[in-house]
Write a protein that binds this ligand. Structure first.
Ligand code: KG4
Length: 336
């Protein structure tokens, strides 16, 4: 089965063709990072405009690279939310135009399901599983009894972990998006600053990163006021140690409680080397799946793969009235 995936929820325009939920024939991506860098974050209007400029060329590129004719596609899978509404609508309408023109079935996919299913490209997913979803907009612990059976057990009460990474990067003058730069600095520094580990109340699976983020900002400002400076590499190492300790310990505790067969790490922050190292160090009992870096951040291959499994499970498609949603509840969308 050949699935054409389309992703445009934030600042990446991507189209991919995947065979049988596994073999990635193409994964064309246009990233707008260089455009948004000068604003220190994604500007929604600018993002949707650039999706419009890119989307037809990215369709062409994906089909050419895969050496596939549009007529050969079996299913079109497209991100329907959550994300920036103007951006989502560009990908959705391009996917609908393709489906209408070539008379193909279309399926709306939840962006976070896409991140989780990025793991199915290089691993065989085993259930029950616990997924740690860490991105620029989300931090969630999800229990999965089976394919497309999502139960959100914990989530952030304030900032997403990627957002905290980006803010910390900004306060020490690193470029946007800050996550990869903080990760790199963390590996060149040492955990020397005492920063809080926020576990919340006993037994909680929720997260909170705003206190940690404020602690970093206050530390930098206090030092500045005294005419001193922080060591940015040690600060990044200390911040990363505080983040990964909490993420990994809560994930392992839930995995034990649910007696799972696999831990699935997903989302942009799953590219973090410190997170991988912490899992390797602290885990002895579970198989940990983390996608290759190219499948960690937003891409359409993950949407094509999720679309494949979604179709296998529910055996139904959407029609051309399919809409996009800035907020979209994962559990509700796939409720049986
Ligand atoms: O999943 P993603 O591409 O976009 C969504 O939020 O959907 O995630 C982007 C986030 C950004 O906040 C970026 O700074 C972060 O992932 N990120 C990282 C790393 N690579 C990307 N954070 C920490 N370490 C990294 N190596």
């Amino acid at each position: 089965m050949l699935v054409l995936g389309v992703e445009s929820s934030c600042d990446e325009t991507s189209v991919s063709i995947v065979r049988d939920g596994k073999e990635v024939l193409s994964n064309a991506i246009h990233s707008q990072i260089d455009i948004h860098k000068k604003f220190g974050g994604v500007v929604p209007e600018v993002a949707s405009r650039n999706h419009v400029y890119q989307v037809s060329m990215i369709f062409e590129e994906a089909l050419q690279e895969a050496k596939v004719k549009p007529e050969e596609i079996d299913l079109v899978a497209v991100t329907m939310g959550p994300g920036l509404i103007g951006s989502l609508l560009v990908g959705l309408n391009a996917a609908k135009a393709f489906a209408l023109l070539y008379k193909k079935p279309i399926l709306g996919v939840h962006h976070l399901a896409g991140h989780i299913y990025a793991n199915a490209i290089e691993h065989d997913m085993k259930f029950p599983a616990v997924s740690l979803l860490v991105s620029g907009g989300n931090t969630e612990l999800i229990y999965m009894k089976d394919h497309f059976d999502f139960e959100v057990i914990g989530e952030t009460l304030d900032d997403a972990v990627g957002e905290a990474y980006d803010k910390v990067a900004r306060v020490i003058g690193l470029p946007y998006p800050g996550g990869p730069h903080v990760d790199r600095f963390a590996h060149e520094g040492e955990d020397t600053y005492a920063l809080p580990r926020v576990y919340l109340e006993e037994g909680s699976y929720n997260f909170s990163f705003s206190g940690l983020k404020s602690a970093v900002i206050n530390l930098v400002h206090n030092k500045e006021q005294r005419g001193e400076s922080v060591d940015p590499k040690n600060l990044c190492a200390s911040f990363q140690a505080a983040v990964t300790e909490v993420l990994v310990s809560k994930t392992l505790r839930l995995a034990k409680e649910k007696n799972v067969k696999q831990i699935i790490v997903a989302g942009g922050v799953s590219a973090n080397k410190g997170l991988k190292e912490r899992f390797t160090k602290d885990n002895t009992d579970f198989e940990i799946c983390i996608p290759s870096i190219k499948y960690c951040t937003d891409n359409a291959a993950m949407i094509a793969v999720a679309g494949y499994y979604q179709y296998q499970k529910f055996k139904k498609c959407d029609d051309l009235s399919l809409n996009a949603y800035a907020s979209l509840d994962l559990e509700e969308l796939y409720e049986i």
